[in-house]
Design a protein around this ligand. Structure first.
Ligand code: KIV
Length: 290
């Protein structure tokens, strides 16, 4: 039995307690079955996006359970308005960097738009690239019941799949923009999608921008853990884009984002101080000189 199989996921996974949990109770590496155990034991976990090694290392050291190399890299790393344009080759670079920085968190990479929807074989081909070339431990696919065969093919190839339902940004043009999904009679479709994706073998279901009540129902409907973003508090996990939650993004933020820090302010102050000292000639001093 490997080290991580022996040790139970630590309890009380409130963010601020995670790093201080007794080492013996922490798995060496979070695996998909630990997320299932969190749900089964009534514990919650946190997921953050990451796109580079240093931030991945910082987040990993806090005890964050899952790092998502999201195709939101298109927005926050590349400055694009949508996620549609990012390529497999581009996201692979971010994914490999996150893998290099994370020792313990489960690292999941998005499959970019157009890299898995055509056929199940295409989905397997792309997912295999992320496993082999970046070294991630799972992939995420934006999906609905119609793409369940694609999810199943990837799972059958031995690759864990996190399914992403509700609002799926890669389909923003089909969905008519960034809109809450599953309201009223549309809830039945989201439930049918969730069931089909679980049936296809997804280990986890991410739900974005759906009513809290529907998310709570889904958490009961499916056995696998659900992760919410703009889906209320009943899901087993929560995810945010790190530039949003740490206050680096000064764009218009969705209502579901909570800012836990003001990194933009902190960085701005530090850079202004550096520039000012350079102008005055007070940096570098002897201390920073050979
Ligand atoms: O790409 C991403 O960052 C995501 C999250 C918003 C869940 O899919």
């Amino acid at each position: 039995m490997s080290n991580d199989e022996q040790s139970a996921p630590y309890s009380g996974v409130a963010q601020h307690d995670a790093a201080s949990a007794p080492a013996a109770r922490r798995p060496a590496r979070i695996r998909t079955h630990h997320l299932q155990r969190f749900k089964d034991e009534g514990q919650r976990f946190a997921m953050l996006t990451a796109y580079d090694a240093m931030m991945a290392q910082v987040f990993d050291e806090t005890g964050i359970e899952v790092l998502l190399v999201g195709d939101s890299a298109a927005n926050v790393m590349q400055g694009s308005a949508s996620t549609l344009g990012i390529t497999v080759d581009e996201l692979l670079v971010y994914a490999k960097s996150v893998v290099n920085g994370a020792k313990r968190a489960l690292v999941v990479a998005d499959l970019p738009f157009g890299s898995y929807q055509a056929t199940p074989a295409q989905a397997v081909h792309t997912a295999v690239r992320f496993m082999k070339e970046a070294g991630v431990q799972a992939v995420k696919m934006e999906a609905h019941a119609g793409l369940a065969p694609h999810v199943k093919a990837v799972v059958d190839a031995g690759i864990p799949v996190m399914a992403h339902a509700g609002f799926t940004p890669q389909s923003e043009h089909q969905l008519g923009g960034f809109r809450v999904q599953g309201r009223g009679e549309h809830a039945q479709q989201v439930i049918a999608d969730a069931r089909a994706l679980e049936e296809a073998g997804a280990f986890c279901l991410l739900v974005e921008m759906i009513p809290a009540e529907l998310a709570a129902q889904l958490e009961q409907e499916v056995r696998i853990p659900t992760i919410g973003i703009g889906a209320g508090s009943a899901t087993t996990g929560q995810v945010l884009v790190w530039q949003d939650m740490l206050g680096l993004n000064n764009g218009r933020l969705p209502r579901f984002v909570k800012q836990y820090a003001d990194l933009r302010g902190t960085i701005t102050e530090a850079v202004q101080a550096f520039r000012c000292e350079v102008q005055k000639g007070t940096f570098p001093t002897d201390e920073h000189t050979f």
